[in-house]
Write a protein that binds this ligand. Sequence first.
Ligand code: ASP
Length: 301
Amino acid sequence: MQHLLTLDGMPRATVVELLDRAQHFADLAGDSDALRGTAVCTLFFEPSTRTRMSFQLAAQRLGAHVLNFDVSTSSARKGETALDTMRNLEAMGVRGFIVRHHDDGAVARRADAARPGTALVNAGDGRSAHPTQGLLDMLTLRQAKGEDFARLKIAIVGDVKHSRVARSDLHALRALGAADVRVCAPSALLPDDATLAGCHVTHDLDEAIDGADAVMTLRLQRERMEDGLVDSLEGYHRDYGITATRLARAAPDAVVMHPGPINRGVEITDEVADGPRSLILRQVANGVAVRMAVLERLLAG
Ligand code: ASP
């Protein structure tokens, strides 16, 4: 594996190896020196809090030198191309690039242009993929519900159409053998491509949540949405918001997840987001461990 661009088509064995290694890092009290002397750089063309910070921390916990490329204050503002930027950083010895971009496929295009020995990690491209989020969601689910994904009932609720998280989650769930995946959203927020193959699709939240072991809710991606797809936030919350009342239909030990950032009171109420079934901060913690596993795999040795 030279780059990590998507989980689509990743063999189950590779997903499991990465999750096992991430669990090792989650359990590790100290740090590792697997990447001592290696330089990595974050290149984010879209905002980020969790992903960028946790990649930085992950790289530091592996002993790497970490550079942060700030697009707004760099020579990109003077017209330097993305390829020239990457070549210059490669010339300084940077071996790993963690890239987020608003365009679908932008990270793969940069990976095609990378020199042998340079690794790229997709930290989210457009609506296409966010593979480390998919892995951290699987690690969180596995910790809570065990390794047998085939017996789990999983509801994915919200703006699937614009969500790279949903796509990477679905790729990973497929690899791990999840058989009962319900996807729930208004028609305008459902993709019309192959994303939902094998899923039970419904507009009825109660039906999606019924007996579910896990409810994975998604942010409304208003920055990627044409106007008018959602009539009103109040209406969306009424029909698709995760509330304690709705959750009562799930399995008694159901867990709730959200990739963040949360629109509180829209996708999910405070009561649920901050309640005992919420794994939202566990997801964040697992993000560091998963990103350590990915960086080690691509860059160590
Ligand atoms: N932080 C995640 C992403 O960048 C989820 C979101 O923004 O809704 O895709």
